[in-house]
Design a binder for this molecule. Sequence first.
Ligand code: KE4
Length: 436
Amino acid sequence: MVTTPDYSIGEKSAVAFERARKLMPGGVNSPARAFGAVGGTPLFIEHAEGPYLFDIDGRRLIDYIGSWGPMILGHAHPEVIEAIVKAAERGTSYGAPTEAESELAEQIIAAVPSVEKVRLVNSGTEATMSAIRVARGATGRDKVIKFAGNYHGHVDSLLVAAGSSAATLGVPDSPGVTSGAVGDTIVLEYNDCEGIRNAFSEYTGQIAAVILEPVVGNMGCVPATAEFMKVLRETTAADGAILIFDEVMTGFRLSLGGAQQRYGVTPDMTTLGKIVGGGMPLGAYGGRGDIMDQVLPAGKVFQAGTLSGNPVAVAAGSTTLRLLRDDSPYDYLELIGERLENGLARAAAGAGIDHQVQRVGSMMTLFFNPDPVNNWTDADRSDRDKYARYFWGMIGEGVYLPCSQFEALFLSRTHSEAIIEETISAAEKVFQSLLD
Ligand code: KE4
């Protein structure tokens, strides 16, 4: 049973949540926000700026969720806001092609090594769902490999042994997902090279695609080993299967070219979301030109969307990518990421608390776990209750962490060094409170 400390949230959020629960399932539009893993009542946000959220009770919190990844430039970046307003004043949607979509497509193709052609969609889920369909259409094969603890959005065929709120809420195999929908989905253990080799020898010539988070955020932060990446790339190439990097979270986060640029491994297809839309609803999938030319109307694989390439979302995404390209934040994010990682580890060790801090760039997770976390089996052994108490203790100190042990925290370029020090001091205090 998850217990939370006696931390009373603001009156207004409690009233707002009661109202919301009568109107929307669980009072939220995405379960990750429902605080299901940490208990208590979610905070209702009034506005956000830079590294801060302001809740409806007037409290300011240092934000380490950043809308679950998109806000790498910080909330309400003036140039992004200006681009959104200007685009909206010209009309919010045309249902016809625009040059702005080509400009964003050129930015994505220039930045992401695997992408020769790209299709814009409206979410990460749409991107992964479409990429799977295209891989199956392009290869004429049915089976897909995914990994336990990896979350690729709520597409039926991938909503098995998923991570994020599926793992958090203990419903990795959701009601409503039929056995037919997942009959061709093979679930393996992340970082298990032997498992990959065995699957390809058992299903030679039958696997359309392997999809993975190249650095997992959705079971907490778990990077792929170099050996795992190498085996994945070699076995898929040898068998004619399509290797898909789901970079919805890592794209433009770990470098301008995402995890694939950071690790020097080029997949056949890549899915994108979050940062690519600058906080607006926008996803994308792309890859080798011969594969993407299978997509209607160039090819025969159907995929469509009323608001795909929407001018307002495109303006936000294009401005965000331009800013990331022209004024790179990645060295600074590495600096503050390392400082926060070391500070949290030092604070937890000082309190004698079993922990693992696992980080890649500006995404990281503190696991309440005595051992390194290399896959879902490891992650699942983490102490969920201790995480919930840590979460609420940090809220009490004005720090808003991911509301689940199985999520990554995210830094933005607006997180100052002083804010990092403030966060570490808060953690030192909270870890001590966990000892009683
Ligand atoms: P969306 O459909 O939520 O835009 O993207 C799905 C998705 C796909 N792939 C990866 C690697 C992802 O991390 C996600 C979404 N991530 C979660 C947070 N871990 C979104 C938060 C939520 O569901 O509210």
